[in-house]
Design a protein around this ligand. Structure first.
Ligand SMILES: NC(=O)c1ccc[n+]([C@@H]2O[C@H](COP(=O)([O-])OP(=O)(O)OC[C@H]3O[C@@H](n4cnc5c(N)ncnc54)[C@H](O)[C@@H]3O)[C@@H](O)[C@H]2O)c1
Length: 257
């Protein structure tokens, strides 16, 4: 039977990190299912380009250039999104500062450490708390997706990044437990090696992936959309969905194919 309506009609999503990569791909997926999208990024040019591309397709999009490493930035996100579109039904938190290989345990600066934690964990928490309370007050059965990493479980040689992603995973579980009785779901979405902008693959990495290719932003966005649609994930909360082509089951005993 032909589907008559889109899955996310008359709803609004906030998407952080929407100027690039996975956040941008998710903005297009969500908008294509009928939702208004409010995009957040610290990079004005990339954000403006994304909004223009969405509008060119006829999708309702608005945006705020907001640096999530600064105090009160989550409050700004909520205020601006609500002013633009009214009630909020979904949050995707994809923003994360650049992962630089030079930022090892020896060299990472205090400012770099703080920015990573502020964007990923503190703003992530404050945005979740504000929007979660709003959803409870308005009786909205909302959904949230937070981008974590395989390095929430395994070291990355970037201690500020890996530990912040581990913290995000527990944040997801905390909020899922607190909100489940209100019908609000939140899950972690864990990309593997995704050639999406923020990750620069080196060497023969693709050969270590059982599916023998790097992932795309689209691969991750499709699963993110699934986690936002009750029809497909209505009984899924507080968990982590890994999109990695099998990378996390790579066995170092195996010869590289
Ligand atoms: N690409 C991968 O292979 C991969 C793997 C594991 C996890 N992830 C996670 O997925 C998410 C998206 O990854 P990506 O590769 O698309 O990243 P990306 O670097 O392409 O995009 C991240 C976006 O966040 C924005 N941003 C950075 N600092 C910000 C700040 N202070 N305030 C607001 N916006 C800010 C950037 O401008 C950028 O547009 C991230 O959370 C990342 O940690 C990605």
């Amino acid at each position: 039977m032909k589907r008559q309506s889109l899955y996310l009609s008359n709803e609004t999503a906030i998407i952080t990190g929407a100027g690039n990569g996975i956040g941008k791909a998710l903005a297009f997926e969500i908008a294509a299912e009928g939702a208004n999208v409010f995009l957040v990024d610290s990079e004005a040019q990339k954000l403006g380009d994304t909004v223009s591309e969405l509008k060119a397709k006829g999708y309702p999009a608005n945006a705020g250039v907001i640096d999530l490493s600064l105090a009160d930035s989550a409050q700004q996100v909520f205020r601006q999104a609500h002013a633009a579109f009214g009630p909020i039904h979904m949050v995707v938190h994809s923003a994360s500062p650049p992962r630089r290989e030079a930022d090892t345990w020896r060299t990472v600066t205090s400012d770099t450490w703080d920015a990573m934690y502020h964007v990923n964990v503190k703003s992530g928490f404050e945005l979740a708390r504000l929007v979660g309370q709003h959803m409870i007050d308005e009786g909205i059965t909302g959904r949230m997706v937070y981008l974590t990493s395989l390095h929430a479980h395994t070291p990355r040689n970037l201690p500020h990044y890996a530990t912040s992603k581990a913290a995000m995973l527990m944040l997801v579980k905390e909020m899922a437990k607190a909100w489940a009785r209100h019908g609000i779901r939140i899950n972690a979405l864990t990309p593997g090696a995704i050639a999406a902008g923020g990750f620069k693959p080196a060497g023969d990495l693709a050969l270590k992936i059982p599916m023998q290719r790097l992932g795309s932003a689209q691969d991750v966005a499709a699963m993110g959309l699934t986690l936002l649609i009750d029809r497909f994930s209505g009984y899924v909360t507080g968990t982590e969905v890994v999109v990695d082509g099998g990378l996390s089951v790579f066995n170092w005993f195996d010869p590289v194919q």
